[in-house]
Design a protein around this ligand. Structure first.
Ligand code: UD1
Length: 368
């Protein structure tokens, strides 16, 4: 029996951990899973809704760290996590993704000699100004087991000198959640509430500090959105970070003047899945949404200069367009005019990644 402490902290963690914990609960003779929430994200919209939507058990332990600077937040997670992990003595701590909670918990464990498994290991944007890239690089250096979503991730890890024995290619666990919930998501009434017809609107998300904390970049993107929105409505569930900067930059009125640019509160997992799964096009700076649109063959424009998920570009759904107004508009126009829908899928994005993660944990535990 393996006791596994599964860490969640921020919104993009919940859909990665939910299928893993569900798979562990189905095998009570082999696994004892605990869920620990650091509290990096909190409240109904950014946290609670996901537990309900994803059937993720309520956290066994909640650290309640909340927001803060990178140093404050990372340090708070570390300080509060250390006594918990000492008390619980898990066989493994499982961390996912690239948020501050990921590196904070991994760092505590490695110093205590507690084994860490990193889900979604090996992704690299090669842009060290992104906080997530630092979190990814450091977590992968210290974790004992690196569970990768795509072959490029394995290649990145090997190139960094990480031995093959620590790496297992298991596929993309976010896609487990997507496939599992697609039917349930169809019941959401979000499109009716917003008065939208299938395939006749765009979905936008924007929250990267490099986009929303920088006034010039934000305005360049906004100009492009104003043009695109003359062609079809753009639905924009607004992340709290972005909501704050819109107000700080005095952009509220300018945005309100674009009637077809429709700002709404952040959505839960099922409503958001319902919304983007029948969108004509998605514009985003999120990592996970690049993958989810690939899995559903939805055209995606990534409003960044780079991506740590090149496989989504290779499969043909995703175009990394940057933040130049003209470039965004011309790529959006090309995507909207195209009739083609791609159907290539990355290997092992098949809805069975959680099972392979459990198998890898067992296999590696037998040999250590
Ligand atoms: C974090 C992750 C990012 C991930 C994103 C998804 C890091 C370094 N960044 O960025 O990788 O893509 O989550 O959402 O870990 N706030 C709230 N309610 C919340 C959370 C945040 O109002 O539940 C506000 C706070 O004012 C906070 C700001 O949003 O200061 C930013 O939150 P923070 O957790 O620092 O970073 P994110 O931008 O959410």
């Amino acid at each position: 029996m393996l006791k596994i402490l599964n860490v969640v902290g921020a919104r993009p963690n919940f859909m990665k951990v939910a299928p893993i914990v569900a798979a562990m609960k189905q095998r009570p003779d082999d696994f004892l899973p605990l869920v620990l929430h650091t509290g990096q994200h909190y409240g109904a919209a950014m946290s609670n809704a996901f537990f309900t939507d994803l059937d993720l058990p309520q956290p066994d332990i909640h650290l309640g760290v909340g927001s803060g600077s990178h140093a404050t937040q990372t340090a708070a997670v570390m300080e509060r996590f250390e006594p918990v992990v000492l008390k619980e003595k898990p066989d493994w701590v499982l961390v996912v993704g690239d948020v501050n909670s990921t590196i904070a918990c991994a760092l505590v464990c490695v110093k205590l000699g507690i084994k860490v498994a990193h889900v979604e290991a090996g992704l690299r944007s090669r842009d060290r100004t992104m906080p997530e890239e630092i979190n990814r690089l450091l977590t992968d250096q210290i974790a004992d087991l690196l569970l990768t979503p795509s072959p490029d991730a394995d290649a990145n890890l090997l190139a960094e000198g990480i031995p093959q024995e620590r790496i297992r290619f298991v596929g993309n666990v976010m896609i487990d959640s997507l496939f599992k919930n697609l039917e349930r998501a169809r019941e959401s009434k979000i499109k009716t509430e917003l008065g939208l017809a299938e395939n006749q609107y765009a979905v936008l998300t924007l929250h990267r500090p490099s986009n929303v904390d920088d006034r010039e970049t934000f305005e360049r993107i906004l100009s492009a959105l104003e043009t695109i929105s003359t062609r079809l409505p753009i639905v924009f569930p607004v992340h709290p970070r972005t909501r704050k900067t819109i107000a700080e930059f005095g952009l509220t009125e300018r945005i309100a003047a674009s009637k077809n640019l429709r700002l709404i509160d952040p959505l839960g997992y099922l409503d958001f899945l319902n919304l983007y799964s029948t969108a004509r096009i998605v514009l985003t700076d999120s990592g996970g949404i690049q993958e989810e649109t690939t899995a559903l063959s939805i055209p995606c424009l990534t409003l960044r200069e780079n991506t740590e998920r090149p496989i989504t570009v290779e499969m043909g759904t995703n175009v990394v367009v940057g933040t130049d107004t003209q470039k965004i508009v011309s790529e959006a126009t090309a995507a909207l005019n195209s009739k083609q829908k791609q159907s290539r899928q990355p290997p092992l994005w098949d809805g069975h990644t959680a099972e392979r993660i459990l198998a890898a944990l067992q296999e590696v535990s037998r040999h250590s």
